[in-house]
Design a protein around this ligand. Structure first.
Ligand code: TRP
Ligand code: SF4
Length: 333
């Protein structure tokens, strides 16, 4: 019996290289060894964007297109949409009954969100009931498949801890050992920084999207920060102070290439513009196959939709087994 993995992402727009290198590539590797459930968390997106759903459908298609292009294989993993597995919401209800209010109130991510919301006006500044339930809903996602491991970024680890607490409490309350206490597997979301040296993020305008063309990628790479003390090509460079470009080389270059870049830079034999032109080509080489797949899905959204519907049906079958047992344990009618 393979162990189970469950993870998800909110559909908030097209993914970037930080997602690919730090998260999805890891998901891709996991799918050979584990039974994987990968979910698009559209209800979680609603917790803050309930009044801005114009792009929701497209965002779901986009994120799944990105996953598929990067190598998530619906033949190996179950790729599904949260709201197409409504069993999630029934489990959420049972779990919400046994979750003390102060457990969700002390959730650090929620506290951060509350701070952001406070700066808004009127209704928008409120923490809604649904948002309070964010970590309980996430717990339902995970326990609905009785997952062993949950690959997440550091910002989500507290949620997985809460999931463990809720699983334990359920087992205590209903005198069972039915739910496993799932363990977080840490993703490295900060593997690659943004073009300006800060954390890569779509709202910072410093990212390279998985779906960007090679022209756009090359152009973006030219804007990457280098060694700021360097004015001319024959100035001696300091690769370790080259804030972005050399870091990218270390991710995308071979050992030989990295050594050559270092050596030529230090000896003033390499201009930054040339260096970044080569780097852009290097990144494009690595992304070529992914881009080709990405553009296929872009042109065939109906294929993506079908994969989502099929995956959700498959997920539902598993979910119903778990939920049947939960209803039995809670002694529902
Ligand atoms: N909360 C996660 C995030 O914002 C997304 C998510 C929803 C998730 N359900 C999940 C992650 C279940 C792991 C497991 O990134
Ligand atoms: Fe960075 Fe390359 Fe310029 Fe050196 S030559 S500072 S490694 S961009």
């Amino acid at each position: 019996m393979k162990k189970r993995i469950m993870s998800g992402m909110r559909p908030t727009g097209k993914l970037h290289l930080g997602h690919y290198l730090g998260v999805i590539d890891n998901w891709v590797k996991l799918q050979n060894e584990y039974e994987c459930y990968y979910q698009v968390a559209d209800w979680h997106a609603l917790t803050t964007k309930y009044d801005n759903t114009e792009d929701l459908k497209q965002n779901v298609i986009d994120i799944v297109s990105d996953w598929l292009a990067c190598g998530i294989d619906p033949g190996k993993s179950t790729v599904y949409l949260q709201s197409l597995v409504p069993e999630t919401s029934e489990l959420h209800i049972y779990l919400s009954m046994i979750t003390p209010q102060n457990w969700v109130e002390r959730d650090p991510t929620l506290k951060d969100m509350a701070k952001i919301l406070k700066s808004k006006e009127g209704f928008a500044s409120q923490i809604n009931y649904g948002l309070m339930g964010y970590p309980v809903l996430m717990t339902a996602d995970i326990l609905l498949f009785n997952a062993d491991y949950v690959p997440v970024g550091i910002d989500q680890v507290a949620h997985v801890e809460l999931t463990r607490d809720i699983a334990r409490r359920f087992n205590n309350v209903y005198k069972t050992d039915f739910f496993k206490e799932p363990q977080p597997l840490l993703n490295n979301c900060s593997l690659i920084c943004g073009l300006d040296g800060n954390k890569m993020g779509k709202s910072f305008n410093n990212d390279i999207k998985i779906s960007d063309s090679s022209e756009i990628t090359a152009k973006k790479v030219m804007s990457a920060i280098t060694d700021r003390s360097r004015m001319r090509k024959d100035d001696l460079g300091h690769p370790d102070e080259c804030e972005v470009a050399f870091k990218y080389w270390k991710i995308f270059g071979t050992e030989n290439e990295i050594n050559t870049v270092r050596c030529e830079c230090e000896n003033g034999q390499r201009g930054c513009a040339d260096c970044k032109r080569q780097l852009g080509a290097k990144i494009n080489e690595r992304m070529a196959e992914i881009r080709e797949k990405r553009s296929y899905y872009e042109q065939h959204p109906e294929v993506v939709e079908e994969i989502i519907r099929e995956g959700s049906k498959k997920a539902q079958i598993e979910a119903q087994k778990i939920l049947k047992e939960v209803r039995h344990l809670v002694k529902m009618f």
